[in-house]
Design a protein around this ligand. Structure first.
Ligand SMILES: Nc1ncnc2c1ncn2[C@@H]1O[C@H](COP(=O)(O)OP(=O)(O)O)[C@@H](O)[C@H]1O
Ligand SMILES: [Mg+2]
Length: 247
């Protein structure tokens, strides 16, 4: 496979984003910037607003206030398919596959949804399955493959929409240490190979500290800090709120 040539690059800007549910501030004034080719880790305790933030950015939920832009173009307020066409893809914390379709068809559908012809979508799907190591399961049903493979399939599906930015919501959940290491290798490659910016939400700190040059930490919907893994590990507020003595 060839490395993606990203001569210009794009930038995703989340600015003062807020999302309230009946008075609960699930996302409270969060701002960050990601460029294509970068990996940003998004961490924080359960309930700190990570999934809600992804839901707002990808158009599943309206923002209460704040803006999201890709290269200066507003994303917030657009419907999910419009957001996808603007180059933002995601995976789900709870895997959402078409169980009755084959692994290959699951990826094809995503490519077709972006306007690719059936033959072009099929070719792209085969390429992506090869990249994530699922070629051997192409004809199996989505429901038949092991859980770890379903997670990879979700990533292939997100990539099939030709995104500029991909949000991964807990891609290592339920994986063992060996699978988590393999995922680390796969995710490390993605920004280079596809020229995308990755935003990874994950509790597996062993994975995150290796994978992410930069971590953005949330607690109760608010940003505590953003920094390198070393900076974050040394931040007392982060240790108290989230890391404890685990790293
Ligand atoms: N659709 C919803 N309606 C009401 N409250 C919600 C909804 N989605 C999430 N929340 C609440 O928002 C907060 C953040 O949740 P979530 O974004 O799922 O956190 P995380 O992904 O960091 O675990 C939690 O208190 C959760 O209960
Ligand atoms: Mg979540």
């Amino acid at each position: 496979m060839e490395a993606h040539e990203d001569t210009q690059g794009s930038v995703l800007e989340v600015s003062h984003l807020c999302k309230s549910f009946a008075g609960l501030k699930a996302v409270d004034d969060v701002s960050f910037t990601v460029r294509t080719g970068e990996i940003l880790g998004l961490i924080g305790p359960n309930g700190s607003g990570k999934t809600t933030l992804i839901n707002v950015v990808t158009g599943l939920l309206p923002a209460t206030s704040g803006t999201v832009t890709v290269d200066g173009e507003p994303v917030a307020g657009k419907k999910p398919h419009r957001v996808a066409h603007m180059g933002i893809a995601r995976t789900f914390q709870t895997i959402r596959l078409f169980h009755e379709l084959t692994v290959l068809e699951n990826v094809e559908v995503a490519a077709v949804s972006m306007g690719h012809s059936r033959p072009k979508a099929a070719a792209r799907a085969r390429e992506l399955l090869d990249d994530v190591g699922l070629t051997g399961s192409a004809e199996a049903l989505g429901s038949e493959i092991p859980f770890g493979h379903q997670r990879k399939l979700e990533i292939a599906r997100a990539l099939a929409t030709d995104p500029k930015f991909v949000f991964l919501d807990e891609p290592a959940a339920g994986l063992n240490e060996e699978e988590s290491d393999a995922l680390n290798a796969l995710l490390t490659e993605i920004p280079v190979r596809y020229g995308v910016g990755l935003i990874v939400v994950e509790h597996d700190m062993r994975l995150m500290m290796k994978l992410c040059p930069r971590l953005h930490v949330l607690n109760y919907g608010k940003t505590i800090t953003e920094g390198t893994p070393d900076e974050v590990r040394a931040n007392e507020e982060v240790v108290t709120a989230y890391l404890g003595s685990s790293v």
